[in-house]
Design a binder for this molecule. Structure first.
Ligand SMILES: Nc1nc2c(ncn2[C@@H]2O[C@H](COP(=O)(O)OP(=O)(O)O)[C@@H](O)[C@H]2O)c(=O)[nH]1
Ligand SMILES: [Mg+2]
Length: 382
């Protein structure tokens, strides 16, 4: 069943309630073609009985999804129409569609909250094909932070083990994963996908043993491999705390283990990340309240003196008789002698420059004329 977010009433959703227990939001990220959508389908199947997942598709450009989504961005925004109306290409269309969806973030969060109340223990979120649309966009940020300040939230990064077998591609993928980890500040799990095609043990070897990775790099003689060598040293600490799990989104292998890791991540969220997001939630709440009832400025006297209102529009202003008008302090003309002297100096400087320029033009013209005269004289002599 797909739900439209427009019809949602907001009275129940409030930041003041604190981070709820459920549903756990699982944001599925990964490069285009890594298998996010297929992974989402498999995860739903494996988690159905125990966690009754609520499913969200945030990819506006996919033709169809292989699962039944409860919320589908395609029901809210027609990405092809967006392209047509705003004269955008496919990437601009996808970003704009996600931005439009994000304007309904509060309603979306309310839907997720209600899903939790109806017994959905998990909420799985499939993201757009191109990873940067979600990870490096304002809307991706708003959705991730919005969810993490209301529900336990974790990130599952899907990585294609077939494509990552090339050490430089592996390194690019890892840099991406690392940047997302530090950007989102959420528990992070790497699903090494497509193990039905290639064994993923090489990833663990590369991550735990620097020399094995160096050996693999030796095969690649390029400038990029030198860069990759340096980067791999830098990523050492990132690898130390990284949880990986081999899966096949196609066959379902590895998902029992993956679910255990997800549950560990939820514990981690409660222990380490929740306090950070609790703080952020309180800040957001304070911002909301400040926006509702703005505080008068502390420096009231500096800001000017209150003028009693209550006159009708056609009443004459109180000072109109003697032609005195109210002015803001910054607008009152200041008679400052120093400034006047400076102004005079500036004027004098300006006119001297003018004179210089005029005499330069004059001498240039004279020089040109005498050149021309000389040339004519020479011609007439010859
Ligand atoms: N063999 C195999 N193919 C997979 C697996 N997961 C995804 N794929 C294929 O990879 C391609 C991209 O998958 P998709 O889920 O659309 O990727 P997304 O762009 O990240 O959502 C599709 O052709 C899938 O059938 C897997 O575990 N094994
Ligand atoms: Mg997809």
């Amino acid at each position: 069943m797909a739900a439209g977010v427009d019809s949602i009433k907001m009275e129940a959703l409030s930041l003041s309630e604190g981070i709820r227990e459920a549903p756990v939001c699982i944001i599925v990220l990964g490069m285009a073609g890594s298998g996010k959508t297929t992974f989402t389908r498999s995860l739903i199947q494996h988690a159905q009985e125990k966690f009754n997942p609520y499913v969200v598709n945030l990819d506006p450009a996919c033709r169809e999804v292989p699962y039944a989504a409860h919320v589908d961005i395609r029901d809210t925004v027609n990405y092809r129409e967006v392209m047509k109306q705003y004269q955008l290409g496919p990437n601009g269309g996808i970003v704009t569609a996600l931005n439009m969806f994000t304007t309904k973030m509060a309603q979306f969060a309310e839907l997720v909250r209600r899903a939790g109340e109806r017994g959905h223990k998990w909420c799985i979120i499939d993201t757009p094909g191109q990873i940067e649309v979600f990870t490096w966009s304002a809307s991706g940020n708003i959705i991730t932070e919005g969810l993490a300040t209301m529900f336990p939230t974790i990130v599952v990064y899907v990585m294609d083990v077939v494509r990552s077998a090339c050490p430089t591609t592996f390194m690019s993928n890892m840099l991406y994963a690392c940047s997302i980890l530090y950007k989102t500040r959420l528990p992070f799990l790497v699903a090494l996908n497509k193990i039905d095609l290639k064994d993923c043990s090489y990833v663990q070897d590369w991550m735990t043993d620097f020399e094995v990775f160096q050996d693999a790099l030796e095969q690649e003689q390029s400038f990029v491999s030198n860069l990759t060598r340096t980067m791999s040293l830098t990523l050492d600490t990132f690898y130390e705390n990284l949880t990986t799990c081999g899966v096949s989104a196609k066959t379902g292998v590895g998902f029992a283990q993956l679910i255990k890791h997800i549950l560990d991540c939820v514990v981690e969220y409660d222990k380490d990340y929740k306090p950070v997001y609790e703080k952020m939630r309180k800040e957001r709440l304070a911002e909301q309240q400040a926006a509702l009832c703005p505080k008068p400025p502390d420096n009231v006297e500096e800001a000017g003196v209150a003028v009693p209102l209550g006159l009708k529009l056609n009443d004459p202003p109180p000072n109109s008789g003697n032609s005195i008008f109210l002015m803001a302090p910054g607008l009152v003309p200041q008679s400052n002698e120093e400034e006047e002297v400076e102004d005079m100096e500036e004027d004098a400087k300006g006119s001297a420059e003018d004179q210089n320029f005029q005499s330069f033009v004059q001498s240039h013209l004279t020089a040109q004329q005498s050149k021309r005269d000389k040339l004519l004289q020479e011609q007439s002599q010859s």
